[in-house]
Design a protein around this ligand. Structure first.
Ligand code: RBF
Length: 153
């Protein structure tokens, strides 16, 4: 389950969940995607109701999420990216834009958007939160189902 919180009783039967995965830092983003898939399966989301869409980088996950919401009618979407602080200011600009974009997306559409973006200072931090001892993807998968259920009343 997610670090520090429990998702007991979360039931995804009949829900459609989208996953958007950035290919930048795919060693980490694919591990997170797999964690999300594992959680969705565990709480009863059918394989045919799980829609995975790849995009190039974290900057593109916002539009990827909008696409799944509008064209694939998902009940929630998990947007996955990994931004690792580099030598340039790209990290700050992309991170800020994606963070604002994902919040705006869910408020504009009334469809839950799960913030699946790791913003880390080092590769080691990204590693431990994805392929390492704690895969955040699992908690994000359960969060998607919980929020989708909430919105469906
Ligand atoms: N995308 C990521 O998902 N993670 C990164 O750490 C990342 N770093 C980038 C650093 C630079 C200098 C540039 C130019 C792009 C980076 N991107 C990264 C890609 C970005 O999210 C997007 O795919 C491209 O900028 C094209 O819009």
């Amino acid at each position: 389950m997610g670090k520090g919180i429990s998702f007991e009783g979360v039931n995804g039967t009949g829900l459609r969940i989208g996953i958007v995965v950035a290919r930048w830092n795919s060693e980490y983003t694919y591990a997170i995607r797999d964690g999300v898939l594992e959680a969705l399966k565990e709480c009863g989301v059918a394989a045919e109701d799980t829609i995975v869409q790849e995009v190039p980088g974290a900057y593109e996950v916002v539009l990827g999420g909008k696409y799944l919401i509008e064209s694939k009618k998902v009940d929630a979407v998990v947007c996955i990216g990994t931004l690792i602080k580099g030598e340039t200011l790209h990290f700050e600009y992309i991170s800020e834009a994606v963070t604002q974009g994902l919040m705006r997306l869910q408020l504009d559409t009334n469809i839950p958007v799960i913030y699946g973006v790791l913003n880390t200072a080092t590769e080691e931090q990204a590693h431990s939160r994805s392929v390492g001892e704690h895969n955040h993807g699992r908690g994000w998968g359960f969060s998607a189902v919980e929020m989708a259920s909430m919105m469906k009343g």
